[in-house]
Design a protein around this ligand. Structure first.
Ligand code: HEC
Ligand code: HEC
Ligand code: HEC
Length: 416
């Protein structure tokens, strides 16, 4: 483990353990010691229990391109499509087929949807629009033949619906001839009010995630395997790290990638205190919350090195890479479709999303760090996630953070 020799030496020399002025070591202001081993997360990475257990290896991820190419031209359809409209009505509402069509479209009274979304046009009267059957069939099969930039998933080409099912869906679409009738006003995505987070995230009574601040502070004082605690070298974290967390993530030349705060903690602890604070464990998250909490109110600063700028460009490109069976890019939901409803979920912009991470999630009674959020925004769209320490996530995190430059940290956040 790189670096541990140095610590052993420092400990042996009595340079910091209990010695007065031990802060001098930390104040030496060399680069922070880091374990430079290959991994900061569990190896092999195992998806969270309870998350969908699907192998999506045949589709793009943020690390590799694998998805089949779009068709070059529309499929020729001879004669009118005569499918089972009733089955079609079921299929468009089936959440197990990639979230259903109602995630993005209002589909008339027959759609029977609770909380339909409005990312796509209201199709309640598509049956009157004079669309050719061939058009409808191909739009569902793979809309990219008509619109290369579409956010609509390629249902047919990516194997979510077979040809017969698409015929049934088309038959259903042709029956849609009258405006939607909503059961309640809430079901109308044009009238549904955007959620506003009113809870005080720094109030321990309102935000259960505040426990992690106390836990982090405890861990800071707890000796690890080397006999040293964080506090052995950093006697006054609140002063020493008053703004530090607001400068993360940053380019780390020794690892040749962007280093986020969670990975820093894993690697720095390994070589200093010897504590195991593997990424996406409770100890790691607590320490990340604590270090960010200390820097609350500090404006987010972006690494301006040439390497960081290149990483931001890579992150930006990754944010618009189509991944997974549903073929979504981050920007499909948080860019083009931001400030719309996808089913009952409001889509926020990518801007201003990192200032409150790690964040408490009320619906899950858990703290999520940003890398776990990235992972869920992949698995949920049927893409394989990457391990939390993947360099692609570093690029993406730095890009997202650059969209929040100047905003003040407010951690732990609280979200649905
Ligand atoms: C992620 C959101 C999304 C989902 C899910 C989705 N669509 Fe769409 N759909 C769109 C958008 C946006 C458009 C507008 C045109 C475009 O961007 O290609 C569209 C356009 C269409 C059109 C063309 C409308 C026209 O005027 O000719 C049809 C037909 C359609 N969708 C059917 C479906 C069906 C059927 C499903 C489910 C199998 C579905 N859509 C699921 C977003 C979505
Ligand atoms: C053996 C002494 C030692 C121990 C133990 C130690 N650190 Fe450090 N730490 C350093 C040194 C040396 C630096 C680099 C100089 C500086 O930035 O203060 C550093 C830097 C840091 C920085 C600033 C990093 C940067 O990029 O500027 C943070 C944050 C930090 N340590 C947190 C911790 C935490 C959390 C722990 C416990 C898991 C810990 N340290 C344990 C020696 C130590
Ligand atoms: C199919 C749509 C979809 C895609 C694609 C998607 N997300 Fe999300 N994302 C959501 C939804 C829904 C939420 C939860 C609602 C919200 O807070 O906006 C969310 C939440 C988030 C949040 C947390 C927002 C907060 O305030 O806590 C971040 C950060 C995020 N997404 C980043 C990404 C990134 C990065 C990608 C690409 C790797 C991505 N998302 C892809 C739908 C999507």
């Amino acid at each position: 483990m790189a670096g541990s020799v140095g610590v052993a030496f420092l400990v042996a020399a009595g340079l910091f353990v209990g010695a007065p002025g031990s802060d001098a070591i930390a104040q030496a202001k060399g680069p922070a010691p880091l374990d430079l081993g290959p991994d900061a997360a569990a190896v092999p990475w195992k998806r969270y229990a309870g998350w969908p257990d699907r192998d999506m290896a045949r589709f793009n991820t943020l690390a590799k391109l694998a998805s089949p190419p779009p068709p070059k031209e529309p499929r020729k359809i001879s004669g009118p499509i005569d499918g089972d409209a009733e089955n079609g009505a079921k299929l468009v509402a089936d959440r197990n087929r990639g979230g259903s069509c109602l995630a993005c479209h209002v589909m008339g009274p027959a759609g029977g949807a609770d909380l339909p979304g409005n990312v796509g046009p209201d199709l309640s009267e598509i049956g009157n629009a004079g669309r050719e059957d061939e058009w409808l069939f191909n739009y569902v099969l793979d809309a990219r033949v008509y619109n290369a930039e579409t956010v609509m998933p390629p249902w047919g080409s990516h194997g979510l619906f077979n040809d017969d099912e698409i015929r049934d869906i088309v038959a259903f679409l042709k029956t849609l001839k009258s405006p939607a009738v909503y059961k309640t006003e809430l079901d109308d995505p044009m009238k549904r009010a955007a959620p506003v987070e009113k809870r005080e995230n720094l109030d321990p009574i309102e935000n259960p995630g505040m426990w992690a601040v106390d836990r982090g502070e405890e861990l800071f004082k707890k000796a690890g395997g080397s006999g040293a605690a964080c506090s052995t070298c950093h006697t006054d974290a609140k002063t020493a790290f008053k703004t530090w967390a607001a400068s993360m993530p940053k380019w780390e030349p020794r690892l040749n990638k962007v280093l986020g705060i969670e990975e820093f903690i894993t690697r720095h602890a390994r070589t200093t205190t010897g504590a195991r604070m593997t990424m996406e464990t409770d100890d790691n998250r607590s320490m990340a919350v604590y270090l960010r909490f200390i820097a609350n109110g500090a404006p987010i600063q972006i690494d301006t090195s040439a390497e960081a700028k290149a990483a931001i460009e890579r992150g930006k490109a990754l944010s618009s890479r189509k991944v997974g069976q549903l073929n979504f890019a981050c920007t499909d939901c948080h860019g083009i479709s931001a400030n719309h409803w996808i089913r009952g979920q409001w889509l926020g912009e990518l801007k201003g999303q990192t200032d409150h991470f790690p964040t408490w999630r009320t619906s899950l009674q858990a703290i999520w760090d940003i890398r776990q959020r990235f992972q869920w925004c992949q698995v949920n769209i049927r893409a394989d996630e990457l391990p939390p320490d993947a360099k692609e996530y570093g690029d993406l995190e730095l890009y997202l953070t650059s969209q929040s430059e100047g905003l003040k940290l407010s951690v732990p956040g609280i979200r649905h």
